[in-house]
Design a protein around this ligand. Structure first.
Ligand code: SAM
Ligand code: SF4
Length: 373
């Protein structure tokens, strides 16, 4: 027997909604799924465009960008966030992209969101290019915190990873964000074998010195070139080993609360003399999406720049929330559609649910920049 979901069939990449058990009536408000998870964290992409070409994300020539008409306007973004907070119990918002700083109305968007939601934590993930000019305005508009992606402190390596010579601009952006009070600034780094993996300890030393919170992210199969391979990626275990040459890593036992990063307290190896441990210098996070997936405690829901709803980075189904909005749907209908789409969020990836390491895992048709990481 097949049961249709009680929501309109929306044009998605997969050609509409799959036929799955409907969300039973009586399920409480909020974005619950069939496995008892509740999404409280919204990742919203402001644009698919970017001014870098990171090899693990974009092809050298870039992607075919969405037209201006296809992308959510500032008013539409404010409406979508409003629905998520007032009707669906979203408690945290992250703005991302593509590169959010390339959107000319970014500061106005943050200002409008802050006016509507005085207490909502609003953070942003950015590559930092141009952040030095916008950090203070973003802070004044109400941005809470910032994550900046930085994979290398060496000009040549930075350029070979991002295909752009902008290291100094990124460093200036990070400094400006810190000075503007957008901290604690988190730094996201992806290690690539034979390219920047020798920099693991160097990046951590630099982050500790500046009081930035460094997080290493395992490279995921989300590059537009489909060049990811399991053998080539640097695993979380390897990252811990690389860092252990210079540091002592002790698991941070504080409640993880759905955070993707496993955190470790950091002490310098041999600090204070042989056989003694030096003081805790800070923490480092490792996001092991591939080898130690955390799908069981996922609290995310995602909206792409063109208003497609995705329950997961690796979803093959998308729901055209913006299309529904532009066809005149009211807030109640949009909220119901969002709930139904999240209800069928997969438990994990691959047929055996072992995640991205599953032998039958298939790379998504979208690259990271086209989803919003
Ligand atoms: N452009 C901004 C930036 O780079 O921070 C925001 C968007 S970017 C898609 C968000 C995050 O995704 C970045 O920290 C980036 O390093 C990460 N990312 C992109 N492709 C990835 C991949 N294939 N595997 C793991 N992380 C990836
Ligand atoms: Fe652009 Fe971010 Fe993708 Fe790099 S990771 S290409 S900065 S969207």
């Amino acid at each position: 027997m097949t049961i249709q979901l009680g929501i309109p069939r929306l044009p998605g990449r997969s050609g509409g909604l799959p036929v799955l058990p409907p969300r039973p009536s009586g399920v409480p408000a909020g974005l619950l799924d069939r496995f008892g998870r509740q999404a409280t964290d919204l990742r919203l992409s402001l644009t698919d465009k970017c001014n870098l070409r990171c090899t693990y994300c974009m092809p050298a020539q870039g992607l075919e960008w969405l037209s201006k008409q296809a992308v959510m306007t500032a008013d539409e973004i404010v409406r979508v966030v409003g629905i998520s907070v007032t009707k669906l119990a979203i408690r945290e918002l992250r703005l991302t992209g593509g590169e959010p700083l390339v959107r000319p109305d970014l500061v106005d968007i943050v200002l409008s969101l802050r006016r509507q939601h005085p207490d909502l934590p609003i953070s942003m993930t950015t590559n930092g290019v141009g952040l030095d000019k916008k950090a203070q305005a973003l802070k004044d508009a109400g941005l809470t915190r910032i994550n900046v992606s930085l994979d290398s402190l060496h000009q040549e390596t930075f350029e070979s990873l991002t295909r752009r010579p902008f290291l100094n601009r990124v460093l200036a952006g990070i400094e400006a964000a810190s000075a503007a009070g957008l901290g604690p600034v988190k730094i996201n780094a992806v290690l690539m074998r034979g390219i920047n993996d020798a920099e693991a300890s160097g990046l951590l030393n630099w982050a500790l010195e500046h009081k930035y919170e460094l997080r290493f992210i395992e490279q995921m199969p989300l590059d537009a070139d489909h060049g990811w391979t399991r053998q080539d990626m640097i695993t979380a275990a390897e990252i811990r080993e690389l860092l252990s040459q210079d540091f002592i890593l002790t698991p941070d036992l504080r409640e993880r609360a759905g955070a993707p990063a496993e955190r470790f307290q950091i002490r310098r190896r041999n600090a204070g003399g042989a056989g003694t441990e030096g003081p805790v210098l800070g923490t480092v996070g490792i996001i092991a999406s591939v080898t130690e997936p955390f799908c069981g405690d996922c609290r995310r829901t995602r909206i792409t720049a063109e208003g497609k709803l995705m329950s997961c980075l690796f979803s093959s189904e998308e729901f055209d929330l913006l299309g529904l909005m532009r066809s005149g749907a009211d807030d109640e209908e949009l909220a119901r559609c969002w709930q139904d789409a999240m209800w069928i969020k997969p438990r994990a990836h691959g047929k055996d649910h072992s995640g991205l390491d599953s032998p039958d895992f298939k790379q998504s048709g979208r690259s990271m920049s086209a989803i919003g990481g």
